[in-house]
Structure formats: structure tokens, C-alpha cells
Ligand binder design. Structure first.
Ligand code: PGA
Ligand code: ZN
Length: 419
């Protein structure tokens, strides 16, 4: 199963800027297509998104350099590799790039080829993508427990204009139930949240991820009150059917101290943890993500102690960037109990799965996630989440590029139930 042809080109991502899509053709005649997303609040330790620096095109955000790297160097280097040997393919891509963060060829170039080849090989074997990944990486998820929805319903930070300091407030399914049912419950609650916001005279316009992004909201705590109200109004029980997850994306408001504009104050790490501590018994939290900055390890360790006692999953995203070195450090320090998984943070499928395997071995919950800057309709992450046994997928509630992920997850559920 050899790669005979690689096509690479720019397509539009949801943020209105280009990203890379790749079409891989195998000697079996089978094709695989994949495209890659990008973040709005990308961590500094992530793989590089290589953009053109040509200010005359796309304000310097073009992807033609990445595309060209695929059409020249990557095509030449992958000619002799078996497409169904994904680990060999990804190792070759990593070696060819030669940098720790895919800076030379571009994480966007490398990942698009990695994912498109996996899809082509799965197609050639007539396997659903999640099955192909399970076989390729010897993964044995409990398929009776599919990843559950963590639905972003209010967004702020870099995903909106003049909304909350925190980046995401999510409604998270709490009952291990049918994904389809839990998506329905969460989305019904989202529609009730719209009414709650309207009653508060807040805007119901949506931000990057299709969640409400209310301008002029009073505090970073207000969304939690609104969400609890919406859960009740929808006829569900907060803390039983549905809970709350927050992603503060704290690196974005860390300037040596933590500057929360809505609170009108600056916090040290310790002060911020005390501020959070007041909330943990008040709201039905499932998880808290990136509540502290990406290199503030001591504070992470301190917050982890508190959240472990409360049974709240403490998730690293910018802290860990789907990178096994950073995950291992977080495990050694006892800094997290959960990790966000985003393939484009690291740049190949095999490295993404390796990170999930280490997390699984250490009882760290994985949450496979969309990106805020620009997403595409590619729903690869839904299959990935199933294959690695993620507890949740974190995706926005509306806009085609978001709901495509939930739709694929529900399709997988239907497929499995038929068996
Ligand atoms: P990003 O945000 O994709 O803009 O980094 C999503 C997240 O932080 O989870
Ligand atoms: Zn995050």
C-alpha cells in the first residue's frame, strides 16, 4: 500500500483564513483527505503553524510555504513508505522536519499528510477510521462508553470581543449515557441559556466556536450562574445530568501576574487559587482547564491538590500541548488529572496517540478538542476520541465546522449499536 500521489492546497478555515488540506492517493486507487485546524490562543509550546510571511496575501497568513513543503520534500520522502505503517510514516516526517516543534516544514504541513494517509489506509482496508486507529496502535477502548459531549456555550478571552476574561464555559454531560441523548440534553440547555441571557439583557451573538459571547457581562462568575439556571429551566439536574467545565486559558491574561479585567484586579498564582476555591463548592464542576499559566508549574501543583479533594478533573491544555515530555512532567509533579488532546499541537497522529496512551496508563482523563481559531468540517477528532477512549470531546454547539464533530460521534454510536 504505497502513496502514489499527494495533492496539497489551501482551503478556508472557519476563522476566514487559509489552512492546509491534503489528498493522498494510494496505489490501490484509494484516497484519503484531511485538513487541519489552528488555535486562537495557541500555547507557546505547540507545534508551529507555518504561515507565509508574505504580507501581500492573506495579511501574511497564507499557507503556500507549508503546501510547497508537502509537494516537494514530503512527497519525495514518503514515496517508499507503506501507507498502513502509520508509525513509520510519522517517524519519517518527524525526522525530515528535524526540529522539536515542526518549525521547518510546518506542523500544519506534517499533520495534514499524517491524517490524510491514515484516512486513505483506513479506506483501503474498508475500516471505519476509529477501528483502523485501534488496530494500528493496539488501542482497546471500552466502546460501550463513547466520549461524551463537553459543549462550549459561553466564550470570551481571545474567542470573542469584550466578553469574559475566561475563554470557555461548557455544559458537560455527567451521566454515562447515549451520546445522542447527551448531545440533545446539552443543546436543549444551550437554547434555554439563550433565554436566560436575553432576560439579563445580554447579547446572544456567537463567538469563534459558535457559543454565546455576551458583551458587557458583569463578572467571570456570572456565566456559571446562568448555566445552572439554564440546566434547571431545561428540566435537568445540575450536578447529576449536566455539569460545568471551564477553560480559563489563563496564559492569555498572565503578564507576570494574572490580570482579570472583569474583576478589576491582578492576582498572584496563590491569590487566584484562593479566588477559585470560593467557587468549587458552589457550582457543579466536572472539570477546570488552564486555570493557570502554561509555565506556572508550582501553582498547577497547588490547584491540583485542591481539585483532587473535590473530585474535579484538572485539565492541562496550553500546559501540556499534547506533548509527552510535558505530560510526563505534569504526571511527575502531580499537576493534572486530565489533558486536552489536539493533534495539531504536536503535529503527527502517532505522537498524538502516544500522548493519549501515556495519559491512559496513568489514569489521566483525555478530552479531545476542537480549535478556536479556525476549524474545518473535517471530523477526524471524533474518530480519534473514540479510538483512544477519551472521556469527552470538547466542541462548540453551533456552526457547521463544530456540529460536524458531534454528528460523526453520533454516527459512530449508530454504527456500534447496529452490531
Ligand atoms: P484555541 O482554544 O484552539 O484557540 O487554543 C481552544 C482551547 O483552548 O481549548
Ligand atoms: Zn484550552
Amino acid at each position: 500500500m504505497k502513496i502514489t500521489h499527494i495533492q496539497a492546497y489551501e482551503i478556508l478555515a472557519s476563522g476566514g483564513y487559509p489552512t492546509v488540506e491534503v489528498k493522498v492517493t494510494l496505489d490501490t486507487g484509494t484516497i484519503g483527505i484531511a485538513s487541519v485546524p489552528y488555535g486562537a490562543s495557541a500555547g507557546t509550546h505547540e507545534a508551529t503553524v507555518l504561515t507565509d510571511k508574505d504580507e501581500t496575501r492573506w495579511n501574511g497568513q497564507g499557507n503556500l510555504t507549508a503546501v510547497n513543503n508537502i509537494l516537494t520534500e514530503i512527497t519525495a520522502a514518503t514515496r517508499e513508505i507503506d501507507a498502513d505503517n502509520q508509525i513509520a510514516l510519522d517517524s519519517a516526517l518527524i525526522a525530515l522536519d528535524g526540529t522539536p516543534n515542526k518549525a521547518r516544514l510546518g506542523g500544519n504541513a506534517v499533520l495534514a499528510v499524517s491524517l490524510a494517509t491514515a484516512r486513505a489506509a483506513a479506506n483501503a482496508k474498508r475500516q471505519p477510521l476509529y477501528r483502523y486507529m485501534m488496530d494500528t496502535y493496539s488501542l482497546q477502548p471500552d466502546l460501550s462508553k463513547l466520549p461524551q459531549p463537553m459543549v462550549v456555550v459561553i466564550e470570551g478571552g481571545k474567542h470573542a470581543d469584550e466578553s469574559t476574561d475566561f475563554q470557555e464555559f461548557c455544559i458537560t454531560a455527567m451521566e454515562q449515557n447515549s451520546v445522542t441523548e447527551n448531545v440533545r440534553k446539552a443543546l436543549e440547555t444551550y437554547h434555554h441559556l439563550k433565554k436566560v441571557l436575553k432576560n439579563e439583557k445580554l447579547s446572544i451573538n456567537v463567538g469563534n466556536e459558535g457559543a454565546f459571547a455576551p458583551n458587557g457581562i458583569a463578572s467571570n462568575e456570572a456565566p456559571m450562574q446562568y448555566i445552572v439556571e439554564a440546566i434547571k429551566n431545561a428540566g435537568y439536574t445540575p450536578g447529576k445530568d449536566l455539569g460545568i467545565s471551564i477553560d480559563a486559558a489563563a496564559s492569555e491574561f498572565f503578564t507576570g501576574n494574572y490580570e482579570l479585567k472583569l474583576e478589576g484586579r491582578q492576582f498572584t498564582g496563590e491569590e487566584l487559587i484562593n479566588f477559585y476555591a470560593e467557587w468549587v463548592d458552589k457550582y457543579p464542576f466536572v472539570s477546570l482547564e488552564d486555570m493557570l499559566a502554561e509555565d506556572d508549574w508550582d501553582s498547577w501543583v497547588a490547584l491540583n491538590k485542591l481539585l483532587k479533594e473535590k473530585g474535579i478533573t484538572h485539565i492541562g491544555d496550553d500546559l501540556t500541548v499534547t506533548n509527552i515530555t510535558r505530560l510526563r512532567k505534569a504526571i511527575e509533579l502531580d499537576a493534572i488529572t486530565g489533558i486536552i488532546i489536539k493533534p495539531n499541537q504536536i503535529g503527527t497522529l502517532s505522537e498524538t496517540v502516544a500522548c493519549c496512551k501515556i495519559a491512559n496508563e496513568h489514569g489521566i482523563t483525555t478530552v479531545t478538542s476542537h480549535r478556536g481559531g479556525g476549524e474545518t468540517n473535517d471530523h477526524f477528532i471524533a474518530d480519534l476520541a473514540v479510538a483512544v477512549g477519551s472521556a469527552y470531546v470538547k466542541v462548540g454547539p453551533t456552526r457547521g465546522e463544530r456540529v460536524s464533530k458531534y454528528n460523526r460521534l453520533m454516527e459512530i454510536e449508530r454504527e456500534l449499536l447496529k452490531r
